[in-house]
Design a protein around this ligand. Sequence first.
Ligand code: NAP
Ligand code: ZN
Length: 349
Amino acid sequence: MTTKAYGTHAADKPFEPIDIERRAPGARDVQIEIAYCGVCHSDLHTARSEWGGTRYPCVPGHEIVGHVSAVGTDVKGFKVGDTVGVGCLVGSCQHCAACDEGLEQYCENGFVGTYNGATKDAPGYTLGGYSQRIVVDEKFVLHIRHPKEQLAAVAPLLCAGITTYSPLRHWNVGPGKKVGIVGIGGLGHMGIKIAHAMGAHVVAFTTSESKRQDAKDLGADEVVISKDAAQMKAHAGTFDFILDTVAASHDLDAFSSLLKRDGTLVLVGVPEHAHPSPNVANLIFKRRAIAGSLIGGLPETQEMLDFCADKGIVADIEMIRAQDIDRAYDRMVKSDVKYRFVIDNASMG
Ligand code: NAP
Ligand code: ZN
């Protein structure tokens, strides 16, 4: 079915309206009319080919919310009219050890990303949520239980929400834990809200003085301007856990040195250029760890959506039209986002 979308034809070309084809729903498929789609920094890294390997035309978007307009004959969990979401994954092998545990993001045979992933559908790679419709295997569709009027602000939970929730859960963040969130953008602002809701003592690290009050309003107990060495030093050796969401290369030692013995610095940001190599002494003398984490599996994504619905958590968003995507990207590069752009897909015409 021909579907309106916004895509780009090269790393240095602007977004423009394009028509794409969506498959007719198969037996296990859910067809979704997309209401809103969040704008993740990964969309920018991909559209501008900062990670390499982007196939064009590229239609990004993996923070998708909308309504079911058709279901295949074998679909059990969804019906026409349901409010649903789709995140970063639309496929995985479903028979490896990771998939068996509901950790589809670590599928040993390679997951299928919502955009730029290999698929049998035309044009041979997936096209994401900067479009008016998508067809997805029901296994990769999530239920949304937030109030209807919050739908646009729920969209960012599908990537920014789960990418911060999953490591916070995995490393047992909760009451009595001192937790740092580095970089107050789309991921970071969700990290503050979720870590606060989990009961941790939350410290926000930002390079933007202008975000200090916002970080407190989002739920941070303390705010540190990470460029200020004295402010950083005051926290040396005190953190159980630090989540680093920064989208650019930077010095990791500045944060690993803030960990207690056995503390962990988890990287979720994926900058275009590598971070400087971390100082080994900084790690070995306190058995500190640097780890990574990738989005979250389907069961945990549903758990996160339900957790956020129960706690009344949504993203702080700035709604844009599809025509404004390039401008939004330029602002994102300057850290000028408060705190997630969300596309109103009705603006695609
Ligand atoms: P974003 O909204 O642009 O936020 C990134 C924040 O990092 C900025 O707002 C800024 O916060 C800080 N920052 C940017 N440049 C910096 C610099 N040069 N030095 C220090 N801090 C800087 O991006 P996002 O959508 O949250 O995504 C963040 C990163 O996570 C991206 O690389 C993205 O690709 C990646 N990501 C990873 C996963 C995963 O599964 N691991 C999932 C989604 C996204 P302040 O103004 O507060 O300093
Ligand atoms: Zn994302």
